[in-house]
Write a protein that binds this ligand. Structure first.
Ligand code: KG4
Ligand code: ZN
Length: 474
């Protein structure tokens, strides 16, 4: 069956979605799908995502594209203490969580009367003895990702395919992220340009057709999200670092504003922390589109070190004197971060830096804001180059989407909105709840493959930890 594609002309405000981008760690999360329930039909795709640290399942209606069910169990809390994902733990937790979500989905389908009340045609399918009777295919993320995590999902997918006698659909995770822009929608805008910013990737992609995605730029080293995670780890703020750093950067803005007001009113002197520390922009004079974050990560490390050194040498400012003064000069020591203010940002800390007794909340906020500013400037610098190159080729970017976990960053969203406005391009954003890994986007991508008849052999389908998708040209 051919796929229908239309152009999405709706411009979105980066602030439009107000949900907290943080996952509800170790909790089942159910999207508000009440409206979708009544639209259930008898043709569903069951999708599974387990490429990293989220165990997620979804049901998508093949006929209407409606998302019928979506839940995930995040493992953030389990990895938080290590400041990053531990593959062995991730794998074990998928083994525990995927069946839990499946049982929940089964209960959901078993109460099919609720689902199909308005749809006589599907009542028998959803209410009959087999609660999975409406499932026509299983879509599974097979690449890229952590092999031990991918395998858990694939194992479940194959088992379901064999027992339900339905075909398996292999989905590339990055293409899945692209479809997070079109969950519940019967169209996908193509061609369009996409900025993918996640924990594993930083790329500019061109989505030409459902079976042709071209990577036009990627990171030479760390990814955008990964760099946030690593800076958060250096500061002992917990994992994942993205939203924590964003919150600190926001806090910095607030403190700075208040300081400026006080200073204007002669109540207080403004200090050196009012200005962000300038961090070197990666590949600034390089005309290449490629991204790089390792240098910025190192520059941030040095910035942290400079604060530690100034404490060690007893330098005091009005801010620094408010910091607890336990001198240390190396980042390689271990302890817990227990500051009550910071605990608003990180529930359970990583153990790499005993900076809680050295750096004040304001210094941490200053470092986070300086880093975030530089990281976003780098993205904007390269993205602007891309827009200019396209313009020079007489192929101006008309539509840009931002996807991936880090696309939940509101400062990034509004900076990119500025670029799109400057170049007359439309910006498409995924709802915050679908920026991070989820099975809903895999189900949406799975529909395209289902309609194109792209099924894999259940027995021989394997995971590929690297990108090896025929639809993705690197
Ligand atoms: O797409 P995703 O859930 O997983 C991968 O495919 O990697 O992305 C997770 C990444 C993590 O590195 C996380 O720190 C980052 O997205 N992230 C953010 C924000 N929220 C999540 N980075 C920056 N700002 C955020 N608000
Ligand atoms: Zn992802």
């Amino acid at each position: 069956m051919p796929t229908t594609k239309r152009t999405n002309k709706t411009k979105q405000n980066p602030q439009q979605t107000s949900q907290n981008p943080k996952h509800l760690a170790q909790k089942l999360t159910q999207n508000s799908l009440d409206s979708a329930l009544s639209k259930a039909s008898k043709n569903l795709i069951l999708s599974i995502e387990s490429s990293c640290d989220d165990s997620s399942l979804a049901l998508t209606d093949i006929d209407t594209y409606a998302l019928i069910y979506h839940r995930k169990i995040s493992q953030e809390r389990a990895h938080n203490v290590y400041g990053g994902v531990v593959p062995e733990i991730a794998s074990r937790l998928h083994c525990e969580s995927l069946p839990l979500v499946l049982a929940d989905m089964k209960a959901f389908l078993s109460s099919g009367g609720e689902i199909s009340r308005e749809s006589d045609s599907c009542e028998s399918d959803l209410r009959d003895e087999n609660p999975f009777g409406a499932i026509r295919a299983i879509a599974i993320t097979t690449q890229p990702g952590l092999s031990v995590s991918l395998l858990q999902g694939l194992m479940m997918a194959k088992t379901l395919c064999v027992s339900l006698n339905v075909p398996i659909i292999s989905v590339n995770h990055l293409i899945g992220h692209f479809y997070s822009l079109f969950i519940g929608k019967s169209y996908a805008t193509m061609p369009m340009s996409v900025l993918l910013v996640s924990g594993g990737h930083t790329q500019i992609l061109e989505a030409n057709r459902a079976d042709e995605f071209v990577v036009v730029a990627s990171s030479k080293d760390d990814s955008f999200g990964e760099c946030f995670d690593k800076v958060a780890k250096m500061l002992n703020l917990g994992y994942p670092g993205g939203s924590i750093i964003e919150q600190y950067a926001k806090k910095y803005k607030k403190i700075t504003k208040a300081k400026e007001v006080n200073s204007k009113n002669g109540l207080n002197q403004s200090d050196d922390l009012c200005d962000l520390s300038p961090l070197p922009l990666p590949l600034k004079s390089n005309k290449e589109l490629a991204f790089s974050f390792s240098g910025l990560k190192n520059a941030t490390r040095l910035l942290i070190q400079s604060f530690l050194d100034s404490h060690a040498s007893g330098v005091k400012s009005d801010i620094k004197s408010s910091a607890r003064t336990k001198p240390k000069s190396s980042l390689d020591f271990a302890s817990n971060h227990t500051s009550s203010t910071a605990s608003n940002f990180a529930s359970s800390p990583a153990r790499t830096l005993d900076r809680e007794s050295i750096l004040s909340e304001r210094e941490i906020a200053h470092i986070c804001a300086s880093f975030q500013e530089a990281a976003i400037s780098h993205i904007c610098d390269k993205l602007t180059r891309y827009f200019v190159q396209k313009l020079e080729k007489n192929q101006p970017v008309q539509t840009l989407g931002i996807v991936g976990g880090a696309s939940a960053n509101l400062t990034l969203r509004s900076a990119i909105l500025g670029i799109c406005e400057r170049y007359g391009a439309e910006l498409i954003l995924a709802p915050l709840e679908f920026c991070s890994d989820n099975a809903a986007m895999i189900g949406r991508a799975g529909i395209e493959e289902y309609l194109a008849g792209n099924f894999s052999d259940t027995r021989s389908l394997e995971i590929s930890p690297r990108n090896e998708c025929p639809h993705l040209k690197i």
